[in-house]
Design a protein around this ligand. Structure first.
Ligand code: GLP
Length: 240
């Protein structure tokens, strides 16, 4: 879907997500969802918060990725983002699984991997990084690992993007590692809703949509998903 601007894109993605959640609740009694963070998700989350028909007490939420070693009060913390922009604004969920990047990272990966393995995911909301990353799977991404969550190294390009987006003041403040949901785990979601606004994403979008699937542009894997909706604006779609 190519839409005029970022706000409209978020609304359409939000509408799609809301319908998918309601549909899952109707057919299974519950909905298992994955939420991403980043500016691409602002309007989508606002749409979900405003939809008063969603029965949040029947929703289980997993969290896509988190920095290692950052506390939840740091402005870049993804759990801070989800708590402040989403969880505090909806009625309590059935279960909320946030990644705690301050716990022992290996143990934390095991903990959340064991939890997510118990469920099939109905809908995942994701974005794409400027370097084509999906969650924190930077290029070259591991397309093969069966681990649901893994520890990943953040490359300098990725770190610089986080500084450019204003989440950190300088490069050396950005952690070297993160816990990320794996590519295979993301791809297991029955539906994927991917929002990619802004000119800065045009090259990543071009490689991920037009070119062959390659772990050098991790989000290109979405081409292989049977039910993935990608929302672009005119700027991010400008190289297509
Ligand atoms: C970070 C996250 C990704 C996210 C990306 C997109 O790098 N690790 O999961 O997809 O930001 O950012 P934005 O939402 O600003 O486009």
């Amino acid at each position: 879907h190519i839409l005029t601007n970022k706000n409209i894109l978020g609304v359409y993605a939000g509408e799609n997500a809301a319908e998918s959640i309601k549909k899952a609740i109707k057919s299974n009694g519950t909905a298992n969802i994955i939420l991403a963070t980043g500016s691409s998700q602002f309007e989508t989350l606002n749409y979900l918060i405003a939809d008063k028909e969603i029965e949040w007490s029947k929703v289980r939420m997993f969290h896509l990725d988190e920095y290692i070693g950052i506390n939840q009060y740091h402005k870049a913390s993804f759990r801070k983002y989800l708590i402040e922009r989403f969880l505090n604004k909806v009625s309590p969920l059935m279960e909320t699984i946030l990644i705690n990047g301050e716990n022992d990272a290996l143990e934390e990966c095991k903990r959340i991997s064991n939890l997510i393995m118990k469920y099939s995911i109905d809908v995942a909301l994701v974005g794409i990084g400027e370097n084509g990353h999906l969650a924190f799977n930077d290029p070259p991404a591991d397309f093969e690992t069966e681990k649901p969550f893994l520890i990943v190294n953040l490359n300098n390009e990725c770190k610089q993007q986080q500084v450019n987006e204003g989440w950190f003041n300088e490069l050396n403040e950005v952690p070297n590692q993160a816990i990320s949901m794996s590519i295979k785990q993301i791809m297991k979601s029955k539906k994927i809703i991917c929002s990619v606004p802004d000119k800065r994403k045009a090259i990543a979008v071009e490689h991920c949509i037009k070119n062959q699937v390659s772990n050098l542009f991790p989000a290109s894997i979405l081409q292989l998903h049977p039910s993935c909706d990608i929302y672009l604006d005119y700027d991010s779609a400008s190289n297509l």
